[in-house]
Design a protein around this ligand. Structure first.
Ligand SMILES: [Fe+2]
Length: 211
């Protein structure tokens, strides 16, 4: 009985691939169903699986007091944990009918960028210019109470690496667009603004800013 209790309390649920809040074809014609299916069921799933493997190894290393292995696992946890966090936000950031920025978010955007169009322009330019694979973000800085545009290389998660709270992210790994847009990343980034789930971005801004 005692061993049962000990065992059950030490088990923590593994990370799992979240369901998409829409069908694979829901974002067409901006993002085709084939990209969505591969991106979600293959790429995101792989980050989840590899994160679980790395965490299991970390748990064993912690139990053994093996600090070398704990440190060596850092990059795998950052990459796969970041991939899981980033994509979990990304799916919710998109929608075929995502509404529009609410009054509070629009006011903050106009304060920090002048206009919604200017924010989109700067986020697009910054994201298109990412060298190699990475993410462009609209984030919220709690210290300055302002919106920021930032980029992250690879799968580096925004909050853990910059302190900014993620509101809206654009995945510019080629797996996110190449099957449809080939090498023309600017067309993909421009088009993605037609499927922003502003209702989700509004909610993330509200939680981040506390207003
Ligand atoms: Fe991706």
């Amino acid at each position: 009985m005692i061993s049962f209790i000990t065992k059950s309390t030490s088990i923590r649920a593994k990370h799992s691939l979240p369901e998409l809040p829409y069908d694979y074809k829901a974002l067409e014609p901006i993002i085709c169903a084939e990209i969505m299916q591969l991106h979600h069921s293959k790429h995101h799933a792989t980050y989840v699986n590899n994160l679980n493997v790395a965490e299991e190894k970390l748990k064993e290393a912690v139990a053994k007091g093996d600090v070398n292995t704990q440190i060596a696992l850092g990059p795998a946890i950052k990459f796969n944990g970041g991939g899981h966090l980033n994509h979990s936000i990304f799916w919710c950031n998109l929608s075929p009918n995502g509404g529009k920025p609410d009054v509070a978010l629009l006011k903050q955007i106009e304060k920090d960028f002048g206009s919604l169009e200017e924010m989109k322009k700067r986020l697009s330019e910054t994201t298109v210019a990412i060298q190699g694979s990475g993410w462009g973000w609209l984030g919220y800085c709690s210290k300055t109470k302002s919106l920021r545009i930032a980029t992250c290389a690879n799968q580096d998660p925004l909050q853990a690496t910059t302190g900014l709270i993620p509101l809206f992210g654009i995945d510019v790994w080629e797996h996110a667009y190449y099957l449809q847009y080939k090498n023309v990343r600017p067309d993909y980034v421009k088009a993605i603004f037609d499927i922003v789930n502003w209702n989700d971005v509004n909610s993330r801004y509200k939680n981040a800013s506390g207003c």
